[in-house]
Design a protein around this ligand. Structure first.
Ligand SMILES: Nc1ncnc2c1ncn2[C@@H]1O[C@H](COP(=O)(O)OP(=O)(O)OP(=O)(O)O)[C@@H](O)[C@H]1O
Length: 229
C-alpha cells in the first residue's frame, strides 16, 4: 500500500525523521509508539499526505471550528462528497439524511447531547470524540490517528478503538497506551529520535520491548534483526 526508503524530514534545521524505511500493507493495523518528540506526529502527517485520497486523519490539532455546532463539525467529514450548493444549503438548514447519520454516529461515540451544541462549550474528551466522528463520517478505508483517545478514559478508549477497527480496513495510529498497542494491533512500530527502533509483529512484541523503547535502552529491533535472531 505504501513504501518508502531513507525518508528524512526536517523542520528548518531540526531533524524530525532520520533515514526511515517502511512498508505498510493494506489491511494492517499498526501502532506507532515512542517518547515525546520522537517524530511520531511528523511521520503520521507524512503518511496522510501520501494516502489522503483514501484516508481519514484524526490529528492532535483536531481542526474543529469552535463557532459551529457539533453537527456541522462532524458533517465537515463529508464536504468533499457533495456539491458546494448542497453543503451550503445544509449549513443553513441541515438535511434529514445527514442529520440522522451524524446523530447515529454521535450516539455510538457516546456524545449524548443535542447536535446543535457549539464546539466551544464541549469538554476536551467530547471535542476529541467529535473529531473522531468527523473522521469516521468520511467512510474511508484507511484511518490515521494521532493519539485520538488521549483525553478519554481507558474503557471508552478501548470501545472506540474497536469501532475504528470495525470501520476501517487499515489503521495506523500513534498511541501511548501500552496495553492497547500490545493487544489490539497486528504490528508495533517504535520511534526514537526520528529513527525506527522497533518494528515487531503481534505475538513477538512484549511489554519489555515497549518499556525499553521509552527508557531509551532499546537495541534496534526491526525485521532484519528478527530474521537473523
Ligand atoms: N513545527 C515545528 N517546527 C519545528 N520543529 C518541530 C515542529 N514540529 C515538531 N518539531 C520537532 O520535530 C521533532 C519531532 O516532533 P513530533 O511532533 O513529530 O514528535 P512526536 O513524537 O509526535 O511528539 P509528541 O509525542 O510530543 O506529540 C521534535 O523534536 C519537535 O520538537
Amino acid at each position: 500500500m505504501i513504501t518508502f526508503e531513507n525518508l528524512t524530514l526536517k523542520y528548518a534545521d531540526k531533524l524530525a525523521i532520520d533515514s526511515l524505511s517502511l512498508t505498510i500493507e493494506a489491511g494492517e493495523k499498526v501502532a506507532i509508539i515512542g517518547t515525546s518528540g520522537a517524530g511520531k506526529s511528523t511521520l503520521l502527517a507524512h503518511l496522510y499526505l501520501l494516502l489522503k485520497d483514501n484516508a481519514a486523519y484524526c490529528s492532535q490539532k483536531q481542526g474543529l471550528v469552535d463557532g459551529l455546532s457539533t453537527y456541522h463539525n462532524v458533517y465537515m467529514g463529508a464536504l468533499a462528497k457533495h456539491h458546494w450548493v448542497y453543503n451550503l444549503a445544509n449549513l443553513i438548514t441541515p438535511f434529514k439524511k445527514p442529520l440522522s447519520e451524524v446523530n447515529d454516529l454521535c450516539r455510538k461515540l457516546e456524545l449524548d447531547f443535542h447536535l446543535s451544541k457549539k464546539l466551544s462549550t464541549l469538554s476536551g474528551g467530547q471535542r476529541q470524540r467529535v473529531a473522531l466522528a468527523r473522521a469516521l463520517y468520511q467512510e474511508q478505508s484507511i484511518f490515521i490517528g494521532d493519539e485520538p483517545f488521549s483525553a478519554l478514559d481507558p474503557i471508552m478508549a478501548k470501545r472506540l478503538l474497536d469501532l475504528v477497527f470495525a470501520r476501517h480496513e487499515t489503521v495506523i495510529m500513534v498511541l501511548h497506551d501500552k496495553s492497547a498497542a500490545l493487544t489490539h494491533f497486528g504490528r508495533v512500530i517504535g520511534l526514537s529520535q526520528g529513527q525506527l527502533k522497533l518494528d515487531i509483529p503481534h505475538g513477538e512484541i512484549t511489554s519489555n520491548h515497549i518499556d525499553e523503547l521509552y527508557s531509551g535502552s532499546v537495541a534496534e529491533i526491526v525485521p532484519e534483526t528478527l530474521n537473523h535472531a
